[in-house]
Design a protein around this ligand. Structure first.
Ligand code: SF4
Length: 360
């Protein structure tokens, strides 16, 4: 499936998911519920599981929230990660409650001693720690003191904390170096990747709304993935976390790094198009998303939906099957051969039926 050469990173286990070392790039998201309300949090995690989220992070802002970790874990299937800021005691409570991974932000977790106490607990529990450096919360003093760029400052901060963990003989480490600026993020990740082989959690932080955040995230993450960087990722959107997972899979599918089982090829439409292709494609996409067996397919099934025959036959050659529009009908292709004609109101049902036949 993958065409990109990927960096050889260390393998790290997060619960039952392995990241790094050539494992499939794991898709993560983060709940936006109040973690003190564990039932609502579980409900959202189950929705995330349904769309394929493989690792989920919850923010633990208080000890009360950390005390809910074991309750949440009893009701979910995917590994749970605790996001800790400011108070290392919350991290220690999360470990006691059975968390699968900790994410600490070196910019605000406090003293070296605090970090050391968290590391000790994680080591005893055999769980990894993500050093999550974030340009927004990190006090970037380095660029003033040492005259380095923000990307270098991010990398230096990550390296300082990696060193603290390594000095404690702790190497169960994942690293992220997020900034809302694509260039800063890309440079920081590249720089870190040249220094250590710990798996990298990719993200463009505070990327924005569903539309703009998707574009920005895919631009930034795409550059890094193209360079072989990245072992797990979260698309960070000001939107439902469900959308984050969908965008992540769509990006990985587009880059041939993960398969969602289906690749849709559809044209932008123009004056030659005599069918309502935009709505047909939306309807097909929605109905195909409900076919659970598709997710088990290793090589994606390519389906072409074209507005007219100008590019239809050419695309159909590359697709497993598809339809190219005509005047009030469509020409049905399979493996490059015309096999029939279909009225526009039957395109979706016909293509869904063909999809199911491919899976049977
Ligand atoms: Fe226009 Fe046909 Fe091309 Fe679609 S395939 S954009 S309808 S020329």
């Amino acid at each position: 499936m993958k065409f990109y050469k990927r960096n050889q990173t260390k393998k790290i286990n997060v619960g039952n998911v392995t990241i790094g070392g050539g494992s499939p790039i794991a898709v993560q998201s983060m709940t936006n519920t109040d973690t003190r309300d564990w039932k609502t949090t579980v409900k959202q995690i189950k929705q995330l599981e349904e769309v394929g989220c493989e690792i989920v992070r919850v923010s633990l802002a208080t000890i009360e929230a950390a005390e809910n970790v074991s309750k949440i874990k009893k009701h979910i299937k995917i590994p749970l990660v605790a996001d800790i800021h400011f108070d290392h005691k919350i991290a220690i409570e999360a470990v006691k409650q059975g968390i699968d991974k900790l994410r600490i932000n070196p910019g605000n977790i406090g003293s070296k001693e605090n970090v050391e106490s968290v590391v000790k607990e994680a080591k005893n529990a055999c769980i990894p720690i993500r050093i999550g450096v974030n340009a927004g919360s990190l006090k970037i003093v380095h660029n003033f003191v040492y005259n380095v760029s923000k990307a270098e400052a991010l990398t230096n901060a990550a390296m300082e904390h990696v060193q603290i963990l390594e000095n404690l003989n702790f190497e169960d480490i994942v690293v992220s170096l997020k900034a809302s600026n694509i260039d800063t993020s890309v440079q920081a990740y590249k720089l870190f990747a040249s220094k250590r082989n710990y798996p990298l959690h990719l993200g463009i932080t505070e990327a924005g709304s569903l539309f703009n955040g998707t574009v920005k995230s895919c631009a930034g993450l795409g550059i890094m993935l193209n360079d072989g960087i990245g072992d797990t990722l979260r698309v960070s959107l000001t939107a439902s976390p469900i959308e984050e997972v969908k965008v992540a899979y769509s990006l990985l599918q587009a880059m041939h790094l993960r398969s969602t089982g289906l690749e849709i090829i559809s044209c932008p439409t123009c004056a030659r198009c005599k069918v309502d292709l935009i709505n047909i494609v939306c309807e097909f996409e929605k109905k195909a998303a409900l076919i659970q067996d598709l997710k088990k397919v290793k090589k994606p099934i390519k389906v072409a939906l074209m507005g007219c025959v100008v590019n239809g036959p050419g695309e159909a050659e590359d697709a497993d099957f598809g339809i190219a529009g005509g005047n009030d009908e469509g020409i049905l292709f399979k493996n490059g051969q015309i096999i029939g004609k279909v009225k526009p109101d039957k395109w979706v049902s016909k293509l869904i039926a063909m999809l199911k036949t491919c899976l049977s």
